[in-house]
Design a protein around this ligand. Structure first.
Ligand code: Q46
Ligand code: ZN
Length: 304
C-alpha cells in the first residue's frame, strides 16, 4: 500500500499508477500544454523524472521523442552513467532519443566552460547551455514544445528561492507552461509539477524504469538542495505545505501577476546563430566565443 500523506490517500500499486497517469493528462489539458498530435520532445537527463515523463507520454500515444544532452561531466562517471541509462531506455522502450554531446559538437564540456566562467556557479552555465540547445534542437526538428520532468519539490524550491530574493523577473516566468513568444522559441511545459519527488520516483520504479540514482556532482553546491531540505522539514511537520505553497502561488500569479503589463524585452535574432535573444549576440554564442578566445590565447607560443 502506498500512502500519500499530503493527500491523505492510500493506494495500491495499480491505482497509484492509474492515478499518476490520469493526473498528468489532466495537467496537460488544464494548462493546454500540447495535444496528442503535436510533435514534442521531453528533455531527458537519465533521471527518474524525465524518463518517467517520456515513458508516460509514449505509453499514452503522444507524438513524442527525447532529447538528451551529454554534458561531459566525468566526475564520478556521471555523464557516462546518464548516457548509458538513456541509451538503454531508448532501446528497451522503442522511443527515439536524439542526442548531442556539448564537447563533441561545440568543443567544450560543462566543467571546462565552468572553469572559464569562474564568477558563475557551474549550474548557471549548465542551465544556459541546456536551455539554448534544447530549444535549438527542438526548433531544428520542427517541434512545438519541450517538456521537462520538473516536479513539485523542484518548483517549490525554485519558488522559495525566488521569493526570498524577490526575483521579480523569475517569478513572472515561473509557470507550468511558458508559451512561445517568438517563432523560433518553443513552448516549455512541465506536466509533473504537482507530483512530489517521491511520487515521480515511485512511478518510475513501478513502471520498471532503470534510471540514474546518483545526483550530478555539481548539485552539492546548489542552493536548491538546501531549500528542498527546508521545505521537507516544513512538509514533515505539516503535510501538504509544498503543494499549498506552489498552488497558492499559481493562484496568486493568475489573479495578480499575469495582469501586470508585459515587461519582457522584445526578442530579436542573434547575429551569430540566428536564435532568439534580447541582445545582439545571444548568451550561448558569447559564452562559446569567449571560451574559444581564451583557449586560443593560452595555446599561443609565448615570445621571449
Ligand atoms: S546537471 Fe547541470 Fe544540474 Fe549538474 S551542473 Fe548543475 S544544472 S546539477 S539539473
Ligand atoms: Zn547565438
Amino acid at each position: 500500500m502506498i500512502f500519500l500523506r499530503h493527500h491523505n490517500l492510500a493506494l495500491c500499486r495499480n491505482h497509484f499508477v492509474e492515478r499518476f497517469e490520469r493526473e498528468t493528462l489532466r495537467t496537460i489539458r488544464r494548462y493546454e500544454m500540447f495535444t496528442r498530435e503535436e510533435p514534442i520532445a521531453v528533455a531527458v537527463s537519465g533521471g527518474k523524472d524525465s524518463l518517467g515523463l517520456l515513458h508516460l507520454l509514449h505509453k499514452k500515444g503522444f507524438n513524442v521523442r527525447g532529447i538528451y544532452i551529454d554534458l561531459g561531466i566525468h566526475l564520478s562517471g556521471y555523464s557516462e552513467t546518464s548516457t548509458e541509462k538513456v541509451r538503454k531506455f531508448a532501446e528497451t522502450h522503442g522511443v527515439e532519443i536524439v542526442s548531442v554531446s556539448v564537447k563533441q559538437e561545440y568543443g567544450f564540456s560543462i566543467p571546462e566552460l565552468a572553469e572559464i566562467r569562474r564568477h558563475q556557479k557551474p549550474c548557471s552555465t549548465c542551465g544556459l547551455v541546456k536551455r539554448y540547445l534544447l530549444n535549438r534542437m527542438g526548433y531544428e526538428l520542427g517541434l512545438t514544445t519541450i517538456a521537462t520532468g520538473h516536479n513539485l519539490d523542484d518548483e517549490a524550491a525554485t519558488l522559495f528561492g525566488n521569493v526570498i530574493h524577490w526575483e521579480e523577473g523569475y517569478l513572472l516566468r515561473q509557470a507550468p507552461l511558458l508559451p512561445s513568444t517568438h517563432p523560433k522559441l518553443l513552448k516549455r511545459a512541465k506536466p509533473f509539477v504537482f507530483f512530489t519527488e517521491r511520487e515521480t520516483a515511485l512511478y518510475a520504479i513501478l513502471e520498471g524504469i532503470d534510471y540514474v540514482r546518483d545526483e550530478c556532482p555539481f548539485s552539492v553546491d546548489a542552493k536548491s538542495i538546501f531549500y528542498k531540505h527546508i521545505l521537507n522539514e516544513l512538509e514533515n511537520r505539516s503535510p501538504g505545505t509544498k503543494l499549498r505553497f506552489y498552488k497558492g502561488f499559481l493562484d496568486f500569479r493568475k489573479r495578480y501577476i499575469r495582469a501586470l503589463p508585459e515587461k519582457q524585452e522584445p526578442l530579436r535574432e542573434c547575429r551569430v546563430c540566428g536564435m532568439p535573444t534580447t541582445a545582439e549576440v545571444c548568451a550561448f554564442c558569447r559564452l562559446f566565443g569567449k571560451a574559444k578566445v581564451q583557449v586560443d590565447t593560452l595555446s599561443k607560443p609565448v615570445l621571449s
